[in-house]
Design a protein around this ligand. Structure first.
Ligand SMILES: *Cc1c(COP(=O)(O)O)cnc(C)c1O
Length: 383
């Protein structure tokens, strides 16, 4: 007979992101909100869409919030509203999700890759200046910068804005991971000419499907984004004033988002406490993420670096603890993007980080005892 007492106890699996814990908190409100949409039947761009747009704008302090079908289309709508196209250089990090670069290529513009800083993982302003002169030498017109608030931390907006002003560039903030974070007391959504975000379910503020939004203080940009969102429609459906796409937002997703936005600030606070606890438990063992003193992060990911990253991944796997790699293959090394320019000297920080980063379980409902298991496992992996 098998000796049960001696059998190894397989530890409880831990969720990387626990959406069910959040659902348990607000399930009645969300179910009722969805039922209301089913009853009125205005499924696309219904009253909930107008309501969440008002609430999102008020939350971050932007004059306009225009919701749309996902975060990638939010980026695309912004670039189309400003007529980005052939001959334009758009400066992007390579250490990001593909979407940041994909939209630039889709419009026929040229992405120019910029390296990141090793401590914040965000765009390196000095390297941006280098990339701008690379683009000029190639005969491209420097047009736009898309910095990415990676893992939830704002970029160095002041340094990037200074360079943008000097070279006549405008700023499109890819805040798909950063909505809810602050830079010098201002919320993301107000720190660039245009800000794009995503409500993909696993983002800090996510719905139960795809969604996104564009933020701007500029009336004309807001009007153009709204037009491009619906086939370039003008005053009514029989008038097309520009070329657009289908990128409308669903009422059910807006209804879900209204309920989630109501608890979002509280969740952001919980994320910050959890991140601080990770940093305390892991300092000296791995390189913990640096947050600039004048910023708060929304901690879309808690990402550490270690030359022994792969050991962390396998050790945690053995203890039923999931990890994720964002991003093991930088965009400029992927087949569709290999031909595009980088700053001189390539992207050494990006390439090192791709080999060394690992993201740990992170969500607002991560209980201290569960988090302690993760911390202990990382420490044990590197003994
Ligand atoms: C998630 C993400 C996007 C795209 O958002 P989708 O809603 O999935 O289209 C764009 N940029 C970054 C940095 C992201 O993390």
């Amino acid at each position: 007979m098998r000796d049960l007492a001696a059998a190894p106890v397989s530890p409880e699996p831990i969720s990387f992101i626990d959406l069910q814990a959040q659902r348990a908190r607000i399930s009645e409100r969300i179910d009722a909100a969805i039922a209301r949409v089913l009853d009125h039947g205005h499924f696309i761009m219904g009253p909930e869409v107008a309501e969440i747009e008002r609430k999102l704008a008020a939350h971050c302090g932007a004059k306009h919030a225009i919701t749309c079908s996902n975060g990638t289309s939010a980026l695309l709508l912004a670039l189309m509203a400003r007529d980005i196209g052939r001959g334009d250089a758009v400066f992007v990090p390579s250490f990001t999700f593909t979407a940041t670069v994909e939209v630039v290529v889709l419009l026929g513009a040229t992405p120019v890759f910029v390296d990141v800083l090793p401590d914040t993982y965000n765009m390196d302003p000095a390297n941006l200046e280098n990339a701008i002169s690379v683009a000029q030498k190639m005969g491209l017109k420097p047009a736009c910068v898309i910095p990415v608030d990676l893992f939830g931390q704002p970029v160095d907006f002041d340094a990037i804005q200074t360079l943008a002003d000097a070279h006549g560039l405008w700023l499109l903030d890819d805040a798909a991971q950063g909505f809810g974070a602050t830079y010098k007391g201002r919320r993301l959504g107000t720190c660039a000419d245009i800000t794009a975000t995503s409500f993909y379910p696993s983002k800090p503020l996510g719905c139960y499907g795809d969604g996104g939004a564009v933020f701007t203080d500029d009336d004309e940009t807001a009007e153009r984004v709204a037009q491009v969102r619906v086939h370039g429609q003008g005053r009514d459906r029989n008038e097309n004033v520009r070329v657009g796409v289908t990128a409308r937002f669903d009422s059910i997703q807006a209804a879900v988002l209204i309920e989630k936005l109501a608890i979002f600030d509280d969740e952001c606070e919980a994320r910050r406490e959890i991140a601080a606890r990770y940093t305390k438990g892991l300092e000296g063992v791995v390189v913990t993420p640096a947050v600039r003193g004048d910023c708060t992060s929304v901690w879309a990911q808690y990402t550490v670096t270690s030359a022994r990253r792969d050991r962390i991944v396998t050790t945690l796997q053995g203890q039923n603890i999931p990890t994720a790699l964002f991003y093991p293959r930088p965009v400029h090394t992927q087949a569709p993007y290999r031909g595009f320019p980088t700053a001189t000297g390539g992207l050494p920080v990006t390439e090192r980080l791709a080999d060394e980063v690992v993201s740990l379980p992170m969500h607002p409902y991560l209980a201290p005892d569960v988090q302690d298991r993760v911390i202990a496992a990382v420490r044990a992996a590197l003994l």
